[in-house]
Design a protein around this ligand. Structure first.
Ligand code: PRX
Length: 645
């Protein structure tokens, strides 16, 4: 396969260069981000680099610029890298043949599917819900949306019909792209059937386009549901092989991605075309120190932001080869990742601490016979990595030769904000280390005052960012006020991340975890209020309180305290019923690991649940509960302690 050279003039090559670039980027952010944006294809250059204030909030980049992100991800590579693989796809089933889509092939498919969308009535600005497994058609679907200016809203395959219905309603989506089913490990997930459940009573969805993956029996509703393959054949017969990309304003929305917060309802985080493109590309090239021709394997699902930014948009805009894996790390055995690394000579492996911890538990057997010598860079994302997992990753996967990057970021930030740059800036186990150029972190106390006193050389506070960057979220869909109150109202003139962090004497950051009521389970964000709402839907539940507790593999587990009306029944069965309700309301990912039935919850006199106490009990810290004198009924604490599981 042809391996054409491509250079990235903005790639940082040494620690000194990082320091210089960082300094310039904060002294003159507009000049800095303009210089990066020069290296993209614009239909028209921007008039103004940045227009912002954190009070409304307003955060607009490259205003007046016109572009289409797919021209940057596809068209611009065709002349020189048309035959280079854009996506290599590895099936869930190790015996199924891989698929390789070169940039030319991907371009053609995206153009054709864009025509399918148009034929089915999708127009610029329409919201298209995408609920698919990890197959190349998922990437084709979202790029085709971007090609015609439709706004994609990808929903992870683990969310339930109810969650989909909520998201369809919130975004007022009229179109859905799905599959009959998805393979994941030993499971066959009936995606279309879940969509059908989500559409009961729905009157806004006009079309559902269904790709055949599992050939599970499904119902196809006349006039509403169409097969992907038939539609593509029709376009092929029309002789369509390419299609001009629709001109988009820099600030037009590119996609919506729902994520959990401290309230009961997920928010639709909105990212804009130009800023998101520039930042994901810039970070991809620099963080992984990507060299043309390398094989980049990000193990995330495209249902999450990591997949959007570092399987699709970042790598493709850089002309990279992105490996997409349909399955899970432990099926059919725990050597699956290593087999893939060996098979494709993967150079960059980007995964989550939860996957590393899970693989650790299988010992070193799964590495046997697998050649991992192609690996150059290892990365982690999604949650704090414990030192034990970091060292295991370093020793057994990287053979102590690969830099490990610990990338801290969020759905809202679009791309990585705090991380070391592979082989360029120093690493420190458990620490995300230094901010990317253009990123200005600050640690503050409860009142928003900057932490200036260190304890034993370490500053500790709530992590905020004081200046915007191109891929900071624009709004929460349909509710800008919510965006303001969630992220910009806690502290004046700061973006509040919801995370706590430490900073050492070198200016390195360590993210310690959420300081709000959001859990991070296997690298997935889940709001405690969301889980409580789901539990409370169960008949017989009077009240519930959900907290996190340390979990060996998942990072955090979900612990639910439930007041149930009829305690005479079979407790175990009731537990299962509640789990079923949560699965229905949110999806299996939000199922509590532990449910403790209680007669009361520790509340203050004003009726507020004292989660601090519940958290301590869930963590097993039964003895040292701190001050309980403000409780309405201190007696309930004793009972909860005694019933702790
Ligand atoms: O708490 C932080 C944690 O994950 C949260 C963001 O979750 P989400 O929007 O789902 O995005 C995950 C993938 C980017 C953050 O608020 N987090 C993410 N990366 C790290 C992390 N915590 C510690 N270290 C990280 N590298």
């Amino acid at each position: 396969m042809k391996n054409c050279a491509m250079s990235y003039p903005y790639q940082i090559n040494s620690f000194e260069e990082y320091q210089k670039v960082y300094k310039e980027s904060v002294e003159n952010p507009e000049a800095f981000w303009a210089s990066v944006a020069e290296h993209f294809v614009w239909k028209k250059k921007w008039d103004k680099v940045l227009d912002w204030n954190f009070t409304e909030p307003k955060n607009e980049w490259y205003k007046g610029g016109k572009l289409n992100i797919t021209e940057n991800c596809l068209d611009r590579h065709l002349a020189e890298r048309g035959n280079v693989p854009a996506i290599i796809w590895e099936s869930n089933d190790p015996n199924e043949k891989q698929r390789i889509l070169t940039y030319s092939m991907l371009h053609k498919r995206v153009c054709q599917f864009a025509q399918v969308l148009i034929n089915n009535g999708v127009q610029k600005g329409d919201r298209v819900c995408v609920y698919m497994g990890m197959i190349p058609e998922l990437a084709i679907a979202i790029l085709a949306c971007a090609r015609i200016g439709a706004i994609h809203s990808v929903i992870f395959g683990g969310f339930s019909a109810q969650s989909i219905a909520d998201r369809l309603y919130d975004a007022q989506s009229e179109f859905i792209i799905t599959c009959d089913g998805a393979f994941r490990g030993g499971k066959d997930i009936p995606l279309k059937s879940v969509i059908d459940d989500a559409l009961i009573g729905n009157r806004t969805v006009k079309k559902v386009i269904v790709y055949t993956r599992t050939r599970t029996p499904i119902s196809m509703i006349k006039g509403r549901d169409v097969w992907w393959e038939d539609e593509m054949r029709h376009v092929e017969e029309m002789g369509i092989k390419e299609m001009d990309a629709v001109e988009m304003d820099a600030e037009d929305p590119l996609f919506i991605l729902y994520t959990s917060g401290s309230t009961g309802k997920p928010k639709g985080v909105v990212h804009a075309c130009a800023g998101y493109m520039v930042y994901t590309n810039y970070t991809f090239v620099n963080i992984f120190n990507y060299q043309p021709g390398q094989i980049h394997f990000c193990t995330a699902d495209i249902g999450w932001i990591t997949g959007h930014s570092y399987i699709v948009y970042g790598p493709l805009s850089a002309g990279a080869t992105s490996l997409m894996f349909e399955g899970v790390p432990t099926w059919p055995d725990a050597g699956r990742f290593w087999e893939i690394v060996d098979k494709y000579k993967v150079n960059i492996l980007y995964t989550a601490p939860t996957a590393i911890r899970s693989l650790m538990s299988y010992g070193l057997g799964p590495f046997q016979g697998k050649d991992l010598s192609s690996l150059k860079v290892l990365g982690t994302v999604g949650e704090p990595i414990n030192e034990e997992a970091w060292h295991w990753y370093n020793e057994n996967v990287g053979k102590k030769k690969c830099p490990i990057i610990d990338t801290w970021w969020q759905t809202e930030t679009g791309g990585c904000l705090i991380t070391n740059l592979a082989g360029i800036t120093p690493s420190k186990p458990g620490w995300a280390t230094l901010p990317m150029p253009g990123i200005q972190p600050i640690l503050v106390d409860e009142k928003g005052v900057e932490i200036t006193e260190a304890e034993d050389g370490v500053f500790k506070g709530n992590l905020c960012i004081k200046f915007p960057w191109p891929s900071l979220l624009r709004t929460t869909y349909g509710d800008h006020e919510r965006c303001r109150t969630n992220y910009f109202a806690t502290y004046e003139n700061l973006y509040f991340t919801g995370d706590g962090a430490l900073k050492d004497e070198n200016g390195f950051y360590r993210i310690t975890g959420r300081v709000d009521d959001v859990l991070n389970v296997s690298g997935h964000r889940i709001g405690t209020a969301e889980v409580e709402n789901a539990i409370n839907m169960h008949a017989g539940v009077i009240e519930s309180a959900v907290v996190g507790y340390p979990h060996d593999v998942k990072g955090q587990g979900i612990y639910a305290y439930v007041i149930y009306s009829n305690t005479h029944g079979d407790e175990e069965l009731t537990r299962k019923d509640i789990l079923q309700t949560v699965t229905r309301m949110i999806g299996p990912i939000a199922k509590p690991d532990k449910i403790q039935f209680v007669n009361g919850l520790p509340k203050t006199r004003s009726g507020k649940i004292m989660r601090r106490i519940l958290r301590k009990i869930a963590e097993g810290e039964i003895e040292n509960l701190g001050d309980t004198s403000t409780l309405l009924d201190p007696g309930v604490v004793e009972e909860i302690k005694n019933g702790h599981i």
